[in-house]
Design a binder for this molecule. Structure first.
Ligand code: SAH
Length: 219
């Protein structure tokens, strides 16, 4: 099967059959070539129903998890989105297909640079990159109507709450370093209304308002 055929099959069997129903999310997944974001030696598995290694001990999430998080953000086409954890750049590409602008932060410069090269090659012009600690957010471009954190945190970093617009949504895995609950929180009159989406396992969010390097020996 070609990558194109594998991609359309993935959308049907991994997303639509599991109740991903936002037509803009489905359209984005039908378009973005996931294989471009996967290191060459794992490319044959690009459309597998599981996460894959992307270097620096980090992973690209399973397609379904990326879709679930994107759908939970309830994006509109004029939204500005902040993503913490650029990784391979795949989730950013999906977000950039739907929203007006996406700002993304990664702590490893090697990963950010590789993602920038991939996204440039694919022609995206509405994605802005920063290398640094995403738990502090990116105050120069606030407010954001949506924020997605693609690494597991002990709690919602408070700068991200401050940088979210009124009515804005944040989707973030919260819990321990080995397992978390995916949460959607909505900012309403200054407080956060939280909803649980599902259980999940993400790599740790390491930073000033996340986990600290010495919280677990193997970070
Ligand atoms: N969204 C990515 C998945 C990345 S995995 C994709 O589509 O491929 C999570 C990423 O979060 C890792 O690359 C990790 O290095 C990064 N990360 C962890 N803590 C961070 C922090 N405080 N700021 C920015 N990035 C962070």
């Amino acid at each position: 099967m070609t990558y194109e055929e594998q991609r359309q099959q993935m959308v049907q069997t991994q997303l639509i059959s599991r109740h991903i129903c936002d037509s803009r999310v489905i359209k984005a997944f039908r378009k973005v070539p996931r294989e471009e974001f996967i290191p060459k030696k794992n490319r044959q598995d690009a459309y597998g129903d599981y996460p894959l290694p992307i270097g620096e001990g980090q992973t690209i999430s399973q397609p379904f998890m990326v879709a679930l998080m994107t759908q939970a953000l309830e994006l509109r086409e004029d939204d500005c989105v902040l993503e913490i954890g650029t990784g391979s750049g795949y989730q950013v590409a999906i977000l950039a297909e739907i929203a007006k602008k996406v700002f993304t932060i990664e702590r490893f410069s090697e990963l950010s640079e590789r993602a920038q090269a991939t996204l440039k090659k694919l022609g995206y012009k509405n994605i802005f990159f920063h290398v640094g600690d995403g738990t502090c957010g990116w105050p120069q471009h606030l407010p954001y109507q949506a924020i997605v954190v693609t690494a597991g945190a002990p709690h919602i970093p408070f700068p991200l709450i401050e940088q979210l617009s009124e009515g804005g949504r944040i989707v973030i895995p919260i819990g321990g370093t080995f397992g978390q609950t995916l949460i959607r929180a909505r900012k309403s009159v200054g407080s956060m209304e939280e909803e649980r989406i599902c259980g999940c396992v993400f790599v740790p969010l390491i930073g000033k308002f996340g986990w600290h390097k010495d919280d677990r020996n193997s970070f």
